[in-house]
Write a protein of this length. Structure first.
Length: 475
């Protein structure tokens, strides 16, 4: 029911051969699903050589032909969506409908990039003298090393693989060791779609060893990382050493501003559902809730009712609406945040503890009366805890919402169009949802400001991130 975990290097699957490895756990049970092989130093060197060879083939394949293979891979992902979603649930924990939506969206992302790659136009700039042709052309940046985390095992690899391949790059991806099976199956779809050997390579290992090995190589010209801010800063430093291009999609601490003229109950339903998606383990998860005093009570009551109705359990069982946390580290982090909140004098309105004693489940939690400088209000919880506090006026809430060093996502709800315009402009964030939570689509730019990172992963900006601009002046 799970999958055979292997490395994919130069068009061949690899396992065994005395390689070290680790067990992959099902977070709903805490039990091992399968053994994952780690790439040896020789495997990583083989992946680098393969990617270099793959680049020569792929960059010389027309965007038209690249798109055909990518679209075929996207179709295979859709055909295999049920199997892939079941693998995803078992290794990551989210409920099946969320996993399925993620897998299908991944196919959409790959297809969108396939099409966009065909529109990676250059331009002609009029010369100053007659007969001079000035061309600006886009070229693939080269071999890419990509590192993806455990919270979206299909979507994050799809964004990096899709954009890199559309641009004509080859790629070595190190998917998360905690959720490897989904990416194994995605890579299988590309292999079955006829992608030439070496263009896409998949490795696993001790994350720091793999990234240092790959990034020390001159073969790698660009890195793309999704994960925590400390690791992002470390990798950005390594990238700078080798003057490699980098895209950093890091953590956040998304403020949600609910104005007094918003419908408190409708807003609570929308944002609570978004909060508990993937048990809150989402980089754009709504995190700090500032609610204007006139609607605070109604909002809090409805949000709490939503939290109390969340059905916790194994993501493969029908009817459950929230699965376990993905790993035991998150359970420890939730317990520490709840304890710190209590020590700060906060009120735990609902939840606040582990659910059951099997697997890594934690109750949907609502916290109020918590100071702005508490850990929960300042450190990314990456879990199902929602602190909800009040505010008085626009300027005050903008200052508080912008006070942290992060800037990935922000949300605001209001019934007034002038306030909607003003808050969209005022929030310091890479993405802002105003009366909307639809801030992540294949065709729109996704990325942060401040310590949440730099670069984009979707939209035309996401493709641009994998191309170099070359200026040719021809007399
Ligand atoms: P972590 O910081 O050790 O790891 C985060 C991710 O980075 C993991 O996927 C890990 O495999 C990878 N990683 C770690 N060191 C690396 C290295 N040297 N080179 C390459 N990859 C490396 O810790 P964690 O417990 O997995 O997560 C902690 C926090 O990270 C979370 O609470 C959350 O704030 C953040 N996070 C963010 C995202 C996101 O989507 N932006 C995803 C996962 C985790």
């Amino acid at each position: 029911m799970y999958t055979d975990l292997q490395l994919y290097i130069d068009g061949a699957w690899h396992n065994g051969g005395g390689r070290k490895g680790e067990d992959v756990l099902n977070p709903a049970t805490g039990k091992a699903l399968a053994a994952l092989p780690h790439a040896s130093a020789a495997d990583l060197d083989a992946a680098l050589a393969a990617a270099q060879k793959g680049l020569a083939v792929w960059r010389n394949t027309s965007a038209y032909d690249r798109a055909k293979i990518m679209r075929k891979a996207a179709d295979l992902i859709r055909e295999r969506a049920d199997t892939m979603s079941r693998i995803l649930v078992q290794e990551q924990g989210k409920v099946y409908p969320e996993a399925r939506a993620e897998v299908v969206t991944s196919a959409d992302i790959i297809e969108w990039f396939a099409e966009e790659g065909r529109r990676a136009y250059g331009r002609i700039v009029p010369g100053r003298q007659k007969g001079v042709r000035q061309l600006v052309v886009q070229e693939p940046v080269g071999v890419v090393a990509a590192f993806t985390p455990w919270n979206f095992p299909a979507l994050t690899p799809a964004r990096k693989i899709g954009a890199a391949l559309a641009a004509g790059c080859s790629i070595i991806i190190k998917a998360s060791e905690e959720t490897p099976g989904t990416c194994v199956e995605m890579v299988r779809c590309f292999a079955d779609a006829g992608l030439p050997a070496g263009v896409l390579n998949l490795v696993f290992g001790v994350p720091a060893n793999v990234s240092e090995h790959l990034m020390a190589s001159d073969i790698v010209k660009k890195i793309s990382f999704t994960g925590s801010i400390p690791v992002g800063k470390h990798l950005a430093g390594l990238a700078a050493k080798g003057m490699k291009r980098a895209t950093m999609e890091l953590g956040g601490h998304s403020p949600v501003v609910v104005f007094g003229d918003a419908d408190p109950e409708k807003t609570a339903d929308t944002i609570a559902a978004f909060k508990y998606r993937n048990a809150g383990q989402v980089c754009i998860s709504p995190t700090r809730f500032y609610v204007q005093e006139p609607v605070y009570k109604k909002f809090l009551a409805r949000f709490t009712e939503y939290a109390n109705n969340v059905k916790i359990g194994d993501g493969l069982e029908k009817g459950n609406t929230m699965g376990p946390l993905a790993n035991p580290r998150r359970l420890d982090a939730m317990e520490a945040l709840v304890n710190d909140s209590k020590a700060c004098g906060a009120t735990i309105v609902t939840g606040g503890k582990r659910h059951g004693n099997r697997g890594f489940f934690f109750e949907p939690t609502v916290v109020t009366e918590i100071p702005d400088d508490s850990k929960l209000m300042t450190q990314e919880p990456f879990g199902p805890i929602a602190p909800i506090v009040t505010f008085k006026d626009f300027d005050e809430v903008v200052e508080r919402a912008n006070s942290l060093p992060y800037g990935l996502a922000a949300y605001a709800f209001t019934g007034n169009s002038a306030t909607a315009n003003a808050i969209g402009d005022a929030l310091q964030s890479g993405m802002v949802g105003v009366n909307s939570v639809a801030i992540s689509t294949p065709e729109t730019p996704f990325g942060g400001v401040k310590e949440s990172g730099y670069g984009h992963e979707g939209g035309i900006e996401g493709l641009e991130a994998y191309t170099n601009r070359k200026f040719i002046s021809q007399a």
